[in-house]
Design a protein around this ligand. Structure first.
Ligand SMILES: Cc1ncc(COP(=O)(O)O)c(C=O)c1O
Length: 443
């Protein structure tokens, strides 16, 4: 506790410009942030510039950035091809938004369908939240049933229907639906089946018990983007949902174009009925995608003879997002480009694990492809850092920030095509110093 207090004291002294901006923000915005997940103690840093793999905060400190705007920027900040594509939209199209159909929409859908063969049909949205909202609405409408099954610990955005049990209760094999926000109507709890994220044997009885009113199953195939579901769970879930004609939704907002170019569905070799994407697909601009079975997506077609399922949005298919996203996918398709990011991720993880072992720091890493997180050594792979673990992680994060490494405290690490060997080396030096400092203060 003493160490944490010291580090927070140092933090306040080191970042006066961020502190001043935060004080101003707090006076006019709840908690000083425009999203609860943006806050961390004692106050979040504000940034003023970014380039490639680097970000500069308002106090002038430079960081190697592994946060990458929640993992969206897989080409790094301000990649020339993304910048050029967005500037071209201004020059050639003369506007940032038509609000009407335009040629890049089809282009985007075609490219997405190449990477994601499960996409027979696609609708674009403005965020991952909107994508999961639409996917769940489509699935429930398709089955005409009322209940959604979701997994404990999985996050699908901040709308009512999925804002339950995003934290794990490791004691519970039959989790009780718990709202993660007040203000949610009881209806949501009453119509959600919460599944434990682990082996198939503990899920099956719950699914069987509720199958007559279950309209959809949604999961993050890798919880938090970095905890892979056991292969048996994914395969059995696919088999069981198919047998019961219940749409299976893969929420790949984090894993899409990150664990592999074809997402977790490529990694597991499993085709979901619906998939949601976001983050990387927009190349740093707002986007969301729902892709999947034509039979389900066509429910929202205005050509339907019966009343269509409603879906609309002022900025859906926004040209800026599509130009940035298409440029990102073109770059990711360059031979060897994605593999190099995976290889650099592997090197960084290996280095961290070796250093942690050497300094007995107690951390290991978990993830697939270009994302990973630090997890406590010896903990079961499905548990997220909690209690003492959170405290230890926060201390480590402060020490890393002091040494020029930023992933946003408590957050996972994402790499990009512009993180180079030298960045990895510098980051490992920062970890070494941080681990050494933490080992020194151990009783
Ligand atoms: C798996 C998953 N689904 C949905 C969302 C919501 O996406 P957005 O923040 O774009 O609304 C997120 C955001 O982190 C996510 O990780």
């Amino acid at each position: 506790m003493e160490l944490l207090k010291d580090l927070q004291q140092r933090y306040r002294q080191r970042y006066p410009a961020s502190a001043a901006l935060y004080d101003e923000a707090v006076a006019q915005t709840p908690g000083g942030v425009h999203g609860n997940l943006r806050h961390y103690p004692p106050f979040p840093l504000s940034f003023k510039r970014a380039e490639g793999a680097r970000m500069i905060d308002v106090d002038g400190y430079t960081y190697t950035d592994y946060f990458l705007s929640y993992g969206s920027l897989i080409l790094g900040h301000g990649h020339p091809s993304v910048r050029e594509a967005v500037e071209k939209v201004w020059q050639i199209q003369g506007t940032s938004s038509f609000g009407t159909p335009h040629p890049m929409e089809s282009e985007m859908v075609k490219v997405l369908r190449e990477f994601y063969p499960s996409f027979e049909s696609v609708r674009l949205t403005n965020s991952g939240l909107e994508a999961t909202l639409l996917a769940v609405r489509l699935a429930l409408a398709y089955t005409g049933r009322t209940h959604l099954a979701k997994f404990q610990g999985h996050y699908h955005g901040s709308h009512d229907q999925v804002l339950l049990n995003i934290h794990i209760d490791p004691r519970s094999r039959e989790p009780i639906p718990v709202a993660d926000s007040f203000g949610l109507p009881d209806y949501v709890k009453e119509h959600t089946v919460v599944l434990p994220f682990g082996d198939w044997e503990s899920c099956e009885p719950l699914l069987e018990r509720h199958k007559n009113h279950m309209g959809a199953v949604i999961l993050e195939p890798m919880m938090g983007g970095y905890v892979p579901a056991p292969t048996g769970l994914v395969q059995n879930l696919r088999r069981w949902t198919q047998e019961n004609n219940i749409p299976l939704i893969f929420d790949e907002v984090k894993t899409g174009f990150r664990v592999s170019l074809g997402g977790a569905q490529e990694y597991y070799g499993v085709k979901p009925d619906l998939t949601t994407l976001g983050k990387v697909v927009g190349g740093g601009f707002p986007i969301g995608v729902v892709g999947g079975k034509q039979e389900i997506l066509s429910l929202c077609s205005p050509l339907r003879s019966q009343q269509p399922l409603f879906h609309s949005g002022t900025y859906n298919g926004n040209p800026m997002s599509l130009a940035a996203g298409l440029a990102t996918m073109r770059q990711l398709s360059q031979p060897g480009y994605f593999d190099t990011i995976v290889e650099n991720t592997r090197k960084l993880r290996e280095g961290i694990e070796q250093l942690s072992e050497h300094y007995r720091a107690g951390w290991t890493t978990l993830g697939v492809g270009t994302i990973f997180n630090l997890v406590e050594s010896g903990e079961p792979p499905l548990s997220k850092a909690s209690g003492d673990g959170r405290l230890r992680r926060l201390q480590l994060d402060y020490l890393l920030m002091e040494r020029g490494v930023f992933s946003k405290p408590m957050n996972r690490f994402s790499l990009s095509g512009v993180h180079e060997a030298q960045d990895i080396e510098n980051t490992l030096k920062a970890f070494e110093q941080a681990f050494a400092a933490l080992a020194y203060v151990k009783p």
